[in-house]
Design a protein around this ligand. Structure first.
Ligand code: 2P0
Length: 327
């Protein structure tokens, strides 16, 4: 019997991965950049075990047995076994738990697949790059294999060998950076990211503009802003990229809508706050759901939290705030 347990955290993209050029290999149409949260908070914890007595591969998610034949899971297992240094052919049992809601647009699959692949790689003693294996489970999972700010390079090879994630800087490079997640709604999202991406790439005219004319430059600018710890530039491009991802979603036919009135109220609130303090102190970003993630520096947290608590008192469901707020 051999057992390995790992923890991996969710990552929050500042340059969004939105659209695949190959749905089977999970190859994106653009580079993306994210920060991986530290492991104290929203994470997946996975234990993998092998034993000569196990008769088949099995998986339990949050205590419930799930289908091991899930193709994405099989992709990961097959690639891990191909690359294994040891000749362990025993069956594997996998137990994974999230300490946050699954599929609520909080990147649960990213943390889950990253954790699974890191744990399996340890079990099978794989030492080379494993981000491409995590990618084949869920695209954004490749970014959760590492901490700090991470770039997923889309790559150009048709087999996806160069579609891998690389760390831009470790978390220690910008220790003042803080992330606040405003949970607007933690129920399962209506349109999965995969379906939303597919519809956008197939039907949105604006998407081509984003890929060809916006992102190449934006990626360079935000990478430099991260290296130079230039919060203003970082925040402006984070906000613009979130808004552009949701704009191309709205340009899909039928439109793909993830944000709700509360999300828009939060957007207005953040812009009003930045204008009131005459500085870009807070950036927002939204994934495939209505929940907001805010990036801000530690020095801004007490004041911003005070104002936030005033307009969105703790303990009250944000969904109740459907009416516009004035600042
Ligand atoms: C991101 N999202 O960059 C973007 C922004 C959601 C919005 O990556 O189909 O669950 O498994 O590759 O990784 C969510 O997409 O999609 C995602 P698949 P995934 O974080």
């Amino acid at each position: 019997m051999c057992t390995v347990t790992c923890i991996a955290s969710i990552n929050i993209a500042v340059i969004k991965y939105w659209g695949k050029r190959d749905e089977v290999l999970i190859l994106p149409v653009n580079d993306s950049i994210s920060a991986t949260l530290d492991t104290d908070h929203l994470h997946a914890k996975t234990t993998v075990m092998t034993s000569s007595t196990f008769k088949e591969d099995r998986i339990w998610l949050n205590g419930k047995e799930e289908e091991i034949k899930n193709p994405r899971l099989q992709n990961c297992l097959t690639q891990i076994r191909k690359r294994a240094r040891n000749s362990n052919q025993w069956k594997v049992h996998i137990c994974s738990e999230n300490n946050f809601p699954t599929a609520a647009g909080l990147a649960s699959s990213a943390a889950g697949y990253a954790c699974l692949v890191v744990a399996l790689a340890k079990l099978y003693q794989i030492e080379d790059d494993i981000t491409s294996i995590a990618r084949s489970g869920s695209g954004s999972a490749c970014r959760s294999v590492m901490g700090g700010f991470v770039k997923w390079c889309m790559g150009s090879e048709s087999n996806g060998a160069d579609s891998i994630a690389k760390q831009i800087v470790p978390a220690s490079h910008w220790p003042e950076m803080r992330i606040l997640i405003l949970v607007v709604n933690d129920t399962k999202k209506k349109i999965s990211s995969s379906i939303g991406m597919k519809r956008t790439i197939e039907t949105s005219d604006l998407m081509q503009h984003r890929i060809k004319h916006v992102l190449p430059n934006r990626i360079k600018i935000i990478e430099q802003a991260i290296i130079e710890k230039d919060f203003k530039t970082f925040a402006e491009h984070t906000i613009k990229d979130s808004n552009q991802m949701h704009a191309v979603c709205l340009d899909a036919y039928p439109p793909v809508v993830y944000m709700n009135d509360v999300s828009h109220t939060i957007i207005n609130f953040v812009h009003a706050y930045n204008e009131a303090v005459n500085e870009v102190k807070v950036a927002y970003t939204f994934d495939a759901g209505p929940n907001a993630t805010l990036y801000l520096l530690e020095e801004s947290v007490p004041e911003f939290m005070g104002v936030l608590d005033h307009f969105f008192p703790p303990g009250i469901n944000l969904e109740q705030y459907r009416k516009g707020l004035t600042f």
